[in-house]
Each structure stands twice: as C-alpha cells, then as structure tokens.
Write a protein that binds this ligand. Sequence first.
Ligand code: SF4
Ligand code: SF4
Length: 409
Amino acid sequence: MTRISILDKDRCQPKKCDYLCINYCPGVRMDEDTIIIDEDTKKPLISEELCEGCGICTNRCPFDAITIINLPEAAGEPIHRFGQNQFELFGLPTLEEGTVLGLLGQNGIGKSTIMNILSGNLIPNFGDFENNPENWDAVIDFYKGSSLQKYFKDLSEGKIKTVLKPQMVDQLPKVVKGKVKDLLNNVNERDKLEFVTKELQLENVLDRKMENLSGGELQRVAIAATVLREGDFYYFDEPTSWLDVSQRLNAVKVIRSLAEEGKSVLVIEHDLATLDALSDNIHILYGQPGGYGVVSGRKGVRLGINAYINGFLSEENVRIRRNPIEFTIRPPTPEDEGDALSSYSDLNKDYGGFKLTADAGEIFYDEIVTAFGSNGIGKTTFAKLLAGVEEPTDGEVDSEVTIAYKPQY
Ligand code: SF4
Ligand code: SF4
C-alpha cells in the first residue's frame, strides 16, 4: 500500500509546539531522518520513504497539521504533485468532441488542478516534484497510446486552442477594466455576441463598467467571454455559482451550444441539477481534500450522480463516503406553532432606483427560513434589513436579538 504524508503549512506552528511531531517520531528516535526541519520554512519535512505510518505525529500535533494517508489501490499512478508533503493528483479525464464532460467532487480535491493541466497552464510532473522535468515530451511519452498523447502533443505544438473560464470571477475587475460591451466585442471571435447577450440576459449590463457588476453579472459576462472566443476545448470552472435558477438554465443552454457545434467542453460544477442538465458524462473526484484526489472512470451522468450520492463507485470498488447523502422529506412546519424569537413590521426600503417591500413577519426558534428568488430582486436587501445592516425606509425590525450575518461578498 502506498502511503503519503501531508503537511498543512498554514496550520503548522513550530514556534508554539517545539516540534512535537519530530520529538515523538519513532523513526527520529532511532536516528533516522524520518522528519527533518526545512531550513527555509523552519517547518517539518516528512520522508515518505522512511515513515512507518504509525500516526504518532498526527496525534501529537496540537494543530492537526499532519495527515498520513494510505492511498487506495484504485488511485493508480500520480499525475501531479505540488511538492513534498503536498497535494497529489491521480488520473486525468479524457475529453470527447461534441460532448460536455462534468467533474464532480469536493473542494480541494484537484478539480482546478485538472483544468490547469488540460488548458496547458500547468505541466504535470507525475509526482516527481524534485526533478520536475517541466517539459511536454515527458507528458506525451507518459500518455503514449492513449488519446491524451495526441491531445498534449497538439497542445504543446499550439495546434489546439483551449479557452478557460476561471473560478474566481469576482477577481475579474482587477484584471479586466472598462465597459462590458468593449470586453465582449474584443473577444467576439466566433461572431456570437447577439446570441450570448440575449441568452445570458446581458443587454442591461453592456454599458456598465466591469468594476460595477455584481457577482452574478460577472459570472454571466465571464461565460459569455469564454463562449465568444474561438477554441477547440472549453473549460468552465464553476460556471453557475452566483447565478439564480433561471440564469443557471440559461448558462446550461449557452455552454451546451458549444458541444452542439462539435467543441469539447469540460465543466466543474457543484450543483447536481445543473450538472445533470449540462453534462453528457461525468468523472467523480474522490480522495481527501488538500491531501490527494483521484479521477474516477467516466460515467454516464445519471449513473455517476447516483453513485456520488450513494457514496460508492462500483466500477472502482471504492467507497467515497461512509454514508449515502439522504434527502430527508419533512412535513411543513405549521406556521402558527412554536415561540417567536423575533419579529418585524411591514418593511419598505427605497434606494431611489430600487424599492423593496416586505410584509410583516415572525422568526421562530429552531427555524430555518429560505429567501428564494431571482438575482437582483431584493433578497440581500431583505437579509440586510433583518440583520440590522441596513435601516428600513419605513418599518421596524426587532433590535433586541443578537444577529450573526454572513455577507454575499
Ligand atoms: S506539524 Fe504540528 S507538531 Fe509538527 S511542527 Fe508543525 S505544528 Fe508542530
Ligand atoms: S507517522 Fe510515525 S513514523 Fe511517520 S512521520 Fe509520523 S511519527 Fe514518524
């Protein structure tokens, strides 16, 4: 069994623990270099060759900074490792012309690393981070005989073009300045501006500046800019975060239009319903967030999503979660029962251009209330009024309760 050790450098605080992991490691006590101190960072470096996997360091570390992981046999050969005691990726998906391939898995399990490798932004080192060859020849040689050999050969020779929609669209205004229509006109290589503008409902933001857009607007502009560019392979990293339900369906339509034109599309998506509507096939990523990630074999979208929900991949014979995800159906809570924790009168908030009105209501103990609706319709304003972040123009909110508020941005 292959074993890897992971050090979370953010958690590791040697000044506060005096290297308990090193002091208690049986290998170190036998004068072996099982754990040494990195001269640059002053943090421990664990030798995976010498480590016996006893787990003493993980138990002794007061900050839970060390994880010792026994890899499943199905993991196969490593594709990329970021460094000693750092995240390792196993496997890559293979793309197919004219289809949308979905990637499903937890955060921190390698989905964005896959996108970076396939889009040519990261050359895989196959776990050999010390002698990282950083050249495409090694990659082409590794995939000899598979479809990825041709893919990486063409990619390295500039014969194929990849287009990537990044995950962090809220960072876009830092690198893209000016009006939306100028940005979209500049990238309109496929002459689809009218189509994407209409389908993604961007007409009203064309004259706005990037720095004045909301998260949902930035996401739709980013999708539009990706679809407008000419490419062979399109990568979308979380295209529907920030979008409401109808905007998600519009995004599905626009992204699927690429596959209908014969393009290859890979999408990272957390929303199972969107993934179902969007993908022809999926790969599930499993492993340990921040530790390692394994790409499963390709699965039909329905079977794959059901396998993910059940937590068991039958082809790989791997259990990815101890228990299935269960969607519990509860009877609706009767509205007139229970004790009210807080209440508010009829509310009105007038920003000049936008006005929100809400009927009076109560919030009960042990209750979760969901505000559901389109983007830009006042959900955040409503939450801000209840949380006391904004004062209503008319009406009152109970100010006696203590409130914790997580803002959208
Ligand atoms: S891994 Fe834990 S025990 Fe070891 S130096 Fe870091 S904080 Fe201390
Ligand atoms: S698991 Fe045991 S042998 Fe391995 S580094 Fe930790 S303490 Fe040392």
